[in-house]
Design a protein around this ligand. Structure first.
Ligand code: ATP
Length: 236
């Protein structure tokens, strides 16, 4: 379970995230929506432990910057950052060693790389990969650790239709395994079939939090709700 309590982040004078609180339960897929500059990436980077912030972020009850918390969360950044001189498979091996995974990771690596059509490219260097291939490898690296919580910042960007289909099906697998999933995206269609909870951010705040059931009760679509709450307002 992911708990964000009173998260506030300032970049010099810019209040990028303003007292944001929300939770993502185990086995829940939450989607973070919002216009450009709303504070989504800053929220995700804070959870990933990449920024200093005020407030509290707990991963399965542990502060997000502890080793124990880091061991169980996967993060797919907005822009994949691969090592130029490591091969596809060496990226996976590097993560496996850093996280001290047992040898069974090799089987999982084969399964994931095949699912994302990277298995025939395991000897290619990071610098030889296309943007989409880098994104797919970045996703495989986050998944190989068997995360209890995973965050993905604009994960569909640059992916081909087959990879998008696989990723959606992986979201459902993760949910069924009890993983808490947080996805930030602008492409509302891309997560329409999979989301359980929507968090809409604007100007550094979460302005709306709704479950799928709550929207269904009112016969509202995600798109309707998004535009109603963000129309005519811009980010910071
Ligand atoms: P987008 O959808 O465009 O990716 P976002 O919702 O992810 O936007 P953030 O990237 O979190 O938004 O930005 C929130 C605010 O913080 C914006 O006003 C942005 O200009 C500012 N900001 C983000 N990163 C920095 C930084 N490194 N230094 C200064 N200001 C920043």
């Amino acid at each position: 379970m992911l708990q964000v309590k009173g998260l506030t982040k300032k970049y010099n004078n810019i209040l990028a995230v303003n007292n944001v609180s929300f939770e993502v339960e185990s086995g829940e897929i939450a989607v973070l929506l919002g216009p450009n500059g709303a504070g989504k990436s800053t929220t995700i980077k804070s959870i990933a432990g990449l920024l200093r912030f005020d407030g509290q972020i707990l991963i399965n009850g542990l502060p997000n910057k502890t080793i124990e918390a880091k061991k169980v969360f996967g993060y797919v950044p907005e822009t994949a950052a691969m090592y130029e001189y490591l091969t596809v498979y060496e990226h996976i091996e590097f993560i496996a060693r850093a996280y001290r995974l047992d040898e069974s990771y090799r089987e999982k690596a084969e399964y994931l790389l095949k699912r994302f059509e990277l298995y025939d490219k395991i000897g290619k260097l990071g610098k030889e990969l296309s943007k989409g291939m880098q994104q797919k490898l970045s996703i495989c690296c986050a998944l190989i650790i068997n995360p209890k919580i995973i965050m993905l910042d604009e994960p569909m960007v640059g992916l081909d239709p087959k990879a998008i289909k696989e990723l959606k099906s992986i979201f459902i697998d993760l949910k069924n395994q009890g993983c808490a999933v947080l996805i930030s995206t602008h492409i509302i269609d891309s997560i329409e079939e999979v989301w359980d909870k929507v968090l809409i951010m604007n100007k550094g705040r979460v302005i709306l939090s709704r479950t799928r059931e709550e929207l269904e009760e009112k016969a509202e679509s995600l798109e309707d709700v998004y535009f109603r709450h963000t129309e005519g307002v811009s980010g910071l």
